[in-house]
Design a protein around this ligand. Structure first.
Ligand code: ZN
Length: 430
């Protein structure tokens, strides 16, 4: 495995300052894919390539094989990352002549990682037109905002563990009184008149670009590695796969960091709607196809920490550059079971990709992700996987520089394969 794909990943992350930009960036990579609209009848044909978005922030792409196929081969990642969403009404005047932004948390971030570093804002504007409203992507592509810490001289206990108050400590500084408003800057970047902006959905993003570093270039650090590393790897695996015996589907879901319960999230109807419509358009029975389907839920995993190895499980502790991580949880917050582990590990073996395992330390609850949420709507064989990383939900996360290519290779092999479920627990891998 080489690091070339990690350089491509960093460029991709740079194009994804918000969940909306992620969906758009993935769509741009899907060259020659026909864009479907949920409000129209779908006429699908063998050999056809399709994609659709819902609410601008989730995307599903699929290819109908030209030859025989059975079941869906799905991989899913998420487009969103923890950030601060800018509240409606935006600016807070004062104290003194300062102009700050009013924000609220989106997801569970590590607060202090957002301090003392250049930030900006990105998202979408809803713009009035002659016919109604339409959505425009916007990124204010310059160093615009910063959340300053309090000096050590004014808080001598700052190094003893800070309790940050989001309404006081975490508001970003925009400028001084008399400067332009955030909305005027956003409208200018989007090429629209400020008075035509009917609504906005903007959040903060870290300006610092990603970098490959370490004594031998072992590491990669960047904003939003969770989960853009898996999204990008899944995209590359999806695009490079040859036609197999299943119908390949790439899913990028929004709203994972806030529980997935939105119209476009994994806890909505999106995936079931799309799979149902594919079946209807091609004369297939949804339950039969689901029976032969397999979902790889790809979301980053915790690698063992260099300064705190005691926080990891003694055995199931992924290393950076150690390959794809299969996640396990007895409470089934991760969906992996022995059947899906065996199938995915076999695919990785065929791909020449090393596999590692993650489980939470036995006294820790850990997080959850897309797999079990999707499963409550579309119950299919699912494995939860990821790539090892440090400082998950920091504004600047760290992972292994080789691992993106491992995941892409594993998913290329997966998408090129095909599964036939012969009996309960007996799966033929083509
Ligand atoms: Zn994630």
């Amino acid at each position: 495995m080489d690091k070339g794909m990690t350089k491509d990943l960093l460029a991709f992350i740079g194009r994804c300052p918000s969940n909306f930009h992620t969906a758009a960036a993935v769509r741009r990579e899907l060259e020659g894919y026909e864009i479907l609209h949920e409000g129209e009848v779908w006429n699908l044909r063998p050999g056809g390539r399709y994609c659709l978005t819902r609410n601008g922030a989730s995307l599903i792409a699929f290819r109908v094989p030209a030859g025989e196929w059975q079941g869906f081969l799905l991989a899913a990642g998420h487009s969103d990352s923890p950030t601060f969403q800018i509240k409606t009404g935006g600016e807070v005047q004062g104290p003194e002549n300062y102009l700050r932004l009013n924000t609220e948390r989106y997801g569970g971030m590590l607060y202090d990682s957002w301090l003392d570093r250049p930030l900006s804002a990105a998202g979408r504007l809803l713009v009035r037109t002659d016919r109604g409203v339409e959505s425009r992507l916007v990124e204010i592509d310059r160093d615009l905002l910063l959340i300053p810490r309090v000096a050590i001289h004014m808080n001598r206990r700052a190094n003893e563990g800070m309790a940050y108050d989001p309404k006081q400590d975490l508001l970003p500084l925009l400028g001084l009184a008399g400067g332009p408003s955030l909305l005027s800057l956003a409208a200018e970047c989007a090429g629209v008149r400020e008075e035509d902006v009917a609504a906005s959905e903007l959040s903060l993003y870290v300006r610092e670009p990603g970098t490959i570093w370490g004594a031998a270039g072992e590491f990669v650090s960047a904003p939003r590695l969770d989960d853009l590393q898996c999204v990008y790897a899944a995209l590359r695996g999806f695009l490079s796969a040859s036609e197999g015996r299943g119908l390949p589907v790439l899913c990028v879901f929004d709203s994972e960091e806030v529980g997935s319960a939105t119209r476009q999230g994994a806890d909505g109807t999106l995936l079931r709607d799309v799979l149902g419509r594919i079946c209807a358009a091609l004369g297939r029975e949804l339950p039969v196809e689901i029976h032969h389907s397999f979902l790889v839920s790809a979301d980053n995993a915790h690698a063992v920490h260099p300064n705190h190895p005691e926080l990891a499980d003694p055995q199931n502790r992924p290393r950076l550059n150690g390959g794809v991580v299969i996640k396990h949880s007895a409470s089934r917050r991760y969906t992996t079971d022995a059947v899906t582990e065996a199938v995915f590990a076999e695919l990785c073996r065929r791909a020449g990709v090393p596999v590692q395992h993650f489980a939470n330390r036995s006294d820790m609850a850990g997080g959850s992700t897309l797999g079990n949420i999707v499963g409550s709507h579309v119950s299919l064989n699912t494995v939860d996987v990821g790539l090892g990383q440090l400082a998950m939900h920091s504004a600047y996360e760290t992972a292994g520089a080789l691992d993106t290519a491992y995941m892409a290779e594993a998913l290329k092999t997966f998408y090129s394969a095909g599964l036939t479920v012969r009996g309960d627990g007996e799966i033929e891998i083509h």
